[in-house]
Design a protein. Structure first.
Length: 277
């Protein structure tokens, strides 16, 4: 069940490549659907999620945005979709989220800045080069900022990818054939261990999203380890009630078979240094 993760710059032709690859291998694609699902869970307009992602949101929108929730729900959607297999994932941090999964090739589609500016001018049917340049720059800066903020990586760093394809020199069809050949290599063979790893990552993301969505645990930030349905919780919470609520919410997540609650409660003297024991 092939899974391919792509990252792109605006005007790199990644959409053409993703669509052709999906058609030839009979795979689903995931791109714009993420915004709809994240917006639904956060009860905000889809357009807001899209504007924040592309860097088009206004100053007040960016200031008010719950970026932590967006990251949590995005990870849930990407990992959940990847765990079902047979999909091409384009954008949304998929290459960073799936980098640890051995059978998922992480690929960057790129093209020189000038070529992307020319593409955008043709796409919009405009002669305003300055506008096109600013739009490409804004998109690139948004991608770089988001990848650094969410994953602590430098967007475009070649060591993060298994393959980098330059569509100035390679046609979309050639890129597709290169990706198909990569999928056949033994390094990207799906194994029981790699499938189990991805399933565990998806379940952990599902648990984190459930914790984020509960009023009792929305501020909890703990380590979640998943293995064949068994969840281990570790880290620090502020009260016994929060510890119990975290376990309760986790146990109610579909796919969770057991919860090993190793959470520690921070003492009041740690929260308030002047407090007496």
């Amino acid at each position: 069940m092939p899974v391919v993760a792509l990252t792109q710059g605006m005007g790199s032709l990644a959409q053409d490549i993703a669509e052709q690859l999906a058609q030839e291998l009979k795979l689903a694609t995931l791109q714009h659907e993420v915004a709809e699902r994240v917006a639904s869970k956060m009860q905000v307009p889809k357009s807001l999620i899209s504007r924040l992602r592309t860097g088009q949101a206004g100053t007040l929108e960016r200031w008010r945005a719950d970026r932590a929730s967006i990251a949590v729900y995005t990870a849930e959607e990407v990992l959940e979709t990847a765990s079902r297999g047979n999909v091409v994932l384009r954008g949304w941090g998929a290459t960073a989220l799936l980098r640890a999964v051995p059978h998922v090739p992480c690929i960057r589609i790129m093209r020189p800045f000038e070529k992307r500016v020319q593409w955008l001018m043709a796409e919009l049917d405009i002669d305003d080069r300055d506008l096109a340049e600013k739009e490409i720059q804004r998109s690139d800066e948004s991608n770089a900022s988001r990848m650094n903020e969410q994953f602590g990586v430098t967007w475009g760093d070649p060591v993060l990818f298994d393959m980098v394809l330059n569509t100035e020199r390679l046609s979309a069809d050639t890129c597709v054939q290169q990706i198909k050949a990569l999928l056949l290599r033994p390094e990207f063979a799906e194994t029981p261990a790699s499938v189990a790893l991805l399933q565990g990552m998806a379940l952990a993301a599902r648990v984190r999203a459930a914790l984020r969505g509960s009023e009792l645990t929305e501020g909890v930030d703990v380590t979640i380890d998943a293995n064949a349905g068994a969840i281990k919780l570790s880290g620090i919470v502020v009260s016994d009630d929060e510890r119990a609520a975290t376990e309760q919410v986790t146990a109610g997540v579909p796919g969770v078979t057991s919860v090993d609650n190793q959470l520690r409660v921070m003492k009041m003297s740690r929260l308030f240094p002047s407090a007496k024991n």
